[in-house]
Each structure stands twice: as C-alpha cells, then as structure tokens.
Design a protein around this ligand. Sequence first.
Ligand code: G6P
Length: 582
Amino acid sequence: MCGIVGYIGRREAAPLIVEGLKKLEYRGYDSFGVATIGGMGLEFDKHKGRISENDQSAIQLKGKIGIGHTRWATHGIPNDANAHPHLDCTGTIAVVHNGIIENYAELKRQLTARGHTFRSDTDTEVVVHLIEEEYAKKKDLLFAVQTIVPKLEGSYALLVISNNEERMIVARNASPLVIGIGDGETFAASDMTPILEHTERAMFLEDGDIATISWSEVAIYNQGILVTRPLELIDWSLEDVKKGGFAHFMLKEIYEQPQAFYNTIRAVTSETLPDFVHNPTSVTVVACGSSYHTGLIFKYLLEESCRVPVRLEFASEFKYYPPPIEGLVIGITQSGETADTLTALKQAKARNCKTLAVTNILGSSVSRLADATIFMRAGPEISVAATKSFIAQLAVLMQIVNNISGRKCSAMLLHAHQAIEEILLIDLTAAVSVCTGAKDIFYVGRGPFYPVALEGALKMKEISYIHAEGYAAGELKHGPFALLSPETPVIALCTPGDTYAVMISNIKEMKARGAPVIAVGNEGDSELPEIADIFIPIPGTTPFVQVLTSLVVLQLLAYYTAVALGRDVDKPRNLAKSVTVE
Ligand code: G6P
C-alpha cells in the first residue's frame, strides 16, 4: 500500500518523481524518499513525514534516472531509516518496494550471517542486499534481479537502480505496476495517477514480469522469456486527479457522483454483461470495507427483486474459513488490488466457480484474475474514503439486478443521477453541529438501508475520528440501548415502504431514552419532522434511488463534520486507500 514512481528520460528525474509521489500519497504518507543517478553517482534523500509538506531537499537531487516512494508502514515504524529507498552495503544500488516480503526474516538472518549490514527494520532491505550479491558476480542489474526474485515470497512491485547502469529494472508480483510510455521518457508507477500528466500510453505488468527500462526501450521478461504486454490508452483526464477549486478531493469526488453513476449505468448493459451473469441460480460476493457494504446492498436488492439467494463474505474471512460455494462469485474491489479479495477469488476459481470482478482500475490484478471484469466508470478516486467509487459500484450492481429482473428498472436507473445531483446542495448545518459534539453516533436502517447505515458510520469514523456504528434498526434495543443518552445521537434512515411504521416505532423508542434523532426520510414526509430532532428530506421515489440519495447525505454529513473538527479529510490517520496486505 505504498506508492512508487520511477523515471528515465530527457528531463530531470527528481522534480517529476516528487510531483508523482504527491499524487500517490493516498496509498500511504508516513514517510517518503527519492534516489537518482546523477553525475556524482547514486544520490538519495528520505524522511519521515509527507512529501507534500517536505519536498525541497528531494528536488535538489540531480540526474535523469530516478525512483521514489511514499510509505504506509508495515515493517518498522515510520522514521527516516525505514523510509525507502533502501541501499545495499556499497551504497550503489537503490530499491523501492510496494508489498510485503513474507520470508524476509529468514533472508535477513542469512544475509547478516554473510556479513551484510542492515540499516532499517523493513522487510524491503533484504531485496537490495540480495541484489548486491548477484550484481557482484556479473555486473548486470537485470541478471541480478532475475536471479533473486525467485527467492522472494510475498508481494512486490520493485524499482531498482544502480549507479553503474543507465537503466531501471522493475519487477512485479501481486502488487500493481504500470509503465507509462512518454515522448523520450518512460515512467514506472503503482498506478496511472502520477503518469497521466505526461502520457496516456501505458503497459500493465503481470505477475512474474521483470522489465528493463533504458533510454530507448522497454523489454519485459517473464520466466526469462521476452514477452509483450499490450500498450493501452488510458482515457482518464488530467482534471480527474486535480482538486479543481474544491477544498478537498473528497468533496470533489462526492460532487462527481452523478456523472460517475450515469457513466457507469450507460456502460453496463445486457450486451456488456458476461453471459454467466445473466441468469445465476445463486451468487456469492466477496469484498472488504466499503465494497462489502455495496455487496450487502446488492444482496438485499437482488434477493428482493429476483429471489436469487446471495451469500456475502468478508474476503478476509473467506480465505481461512472457506464456506461451501458454487456458481457465480463476484469480487467487488474499487482498487482491484485488495489482497484478501484477490485471494478469495483465487480460491473460488480453484473450486470451479465462475468469477466476476467489479473494479474501477483498468489493468488491476483482479481484472487479470477473474473470468470476466466489469469496470465502473468512476475515474480516479484520490481521497482515501471511498465515495464515487462506491456509487459507481452500486451502478454496476444495480444494473446486474436490473438485468436479471428483466430490465424493469432501466428508465429509473438512467435518471437516478438527477436525484443524486439534487441532494448535493442540501444544508446539513444543524445535523453537523449535533455530530461535532458527539463522542459516539449510531446509524440505523432496515433492508438495503442497513448497509447504507454501515457505510455512513464507516465514513464518519474514518474521516472525523468520532466513534460511529451502523446497526440494523431492530438490533439497537439488544444491547446498544444501554449507551443511548443526549450525547449519543442516532441517525435513522426511514423511507416509505414495508418497514416505515416499525422504523417510526424504533425512533420513538430511541427518543424515549434521551437520544437526539436525526431522521433521513422522504421529502414531503409529515410524521418524521414531528418526532425527530432534525429531519433531512431526500428525493427519489424508489428504494434504489433512495439508497443512493441517503448515502450521499451520510457522505456529506461525515465530510462536513470532519471539516468542522479540522481533520485531514483526504488522508485520515493510519489508513490507506489500497490495502495490499492481509
Ligand atoms: C481500504 C479503503 C476502503 C476500501 C477497502 C476495500 O480500507 O480505505 O475505502 O473500502 O480498502 O478496498 P477495495 O479496493 O477492495 O474496494
């Protein structure tokens, strides 16, 4: 979950790498570093902290070949020594790494016994010392990397440079790595965001690929054999990765949701859906975090509309406690790189299930793993908290439900973005002032609004740091009622339908225990404004659309609460957008 960027070309490498790392900070931001090959040999600079707040010294490095890293600590605390790049004992080879070397402890023991000196607590440092040994034999960096990679267990995207070579060697296994082909220059990075500004032409490496990138060419090897990877044109616009006048990426991305939803609805049609998704007899969904919540909304909608049973599993549990499954397995992952979701899908394939991936990232690991992939059209999402990728996932999943149910909802889905647009301008001042004063907040809903409550609570806790829990509304009385007080607001999702009356009773029960209630309900509702402390009206006439609009309300509520509390909205503490470790 770190971000890496490499450059070789006609321009000075360090400033380009620094700018690239700033765009990758959503992958981790506890420390950073850059190394270049300049006239004086290998130069490097690395520090604890964020590159966006501390880039000056790195920019001074000279040379037209370089690598850089922004870190999300796994092995070793965030400090200068553990920041990448890591250097070998001779100080002439540098490595940056995203992933985890699982057998590093044993390798470190062997290397130490052979006389190597370690300067960090990271798993990564073993890589550069292994390369050092092989480089000494033939003075060939490609040979050295090819020789040591089979010794590594775990995941890695590696960028390697040496002051004796005018090239960069890169290697990938289970961590994303893309090569951007520019005009007289080549980039290697964790994803397209740092590359987009310079070129839209890219090649996505596959597991086992090792490439040598020189001034004039890129040669990719797999198992020692020269291979080709297709050159793809990435149509994300540069504007997508800029804040464009918004205070935070998160707010910009919330505002991009009508477009993301509409574009995705248009892209997913019965013609573009793979055959095996048209008529499943049962479905298993594997996912993590917010993607798990979209999976749960999908379960409610598909079971209700089509009577097709859906089993939902946390991908992180699935690996160790695999349930009996058959038929269609859907892996939902906006990044396409979540380690647990990838493992669960691999296991499903091994059990002869048909696998479908739903992801936002072209060329991501999941898209190469699954039998078929549906790409949402959210565009790049920079803020760590998922918003538009969540809405776009829902667009894909709602189209799948629509398709299986005989396309009864097509017109409604084609217009749903208008209701999302309408809700963006809602005034949440009163609700925000209740939330900013709270230590704990409960979110409750029933049916598909239960996962909306879970997601609302997740958004609140991850960016405002206020403790928040989502509950199925009927469950609150089985324990959490003991916590209700005037300092514990409850946010209740109460929309028209079979559960409206029981939700009204639940709200009254919560009020009777002193909890302030913020009710989200249908615009025009006459009862909710009477019984709730604050009523937030939402547009939309069907559960599908009200799921979307209520969700956007909860995203905005979390956002404005976090801003009022002065939180670092786009980069909340301890989190990362793409979790490539178990
Ligand atoms: C991280 C992110 C979450 C995301 C989860 C799953 O925890 O911070 O926003 O929901 O990973 O990510 P995925 O890419 O698989 O959807």
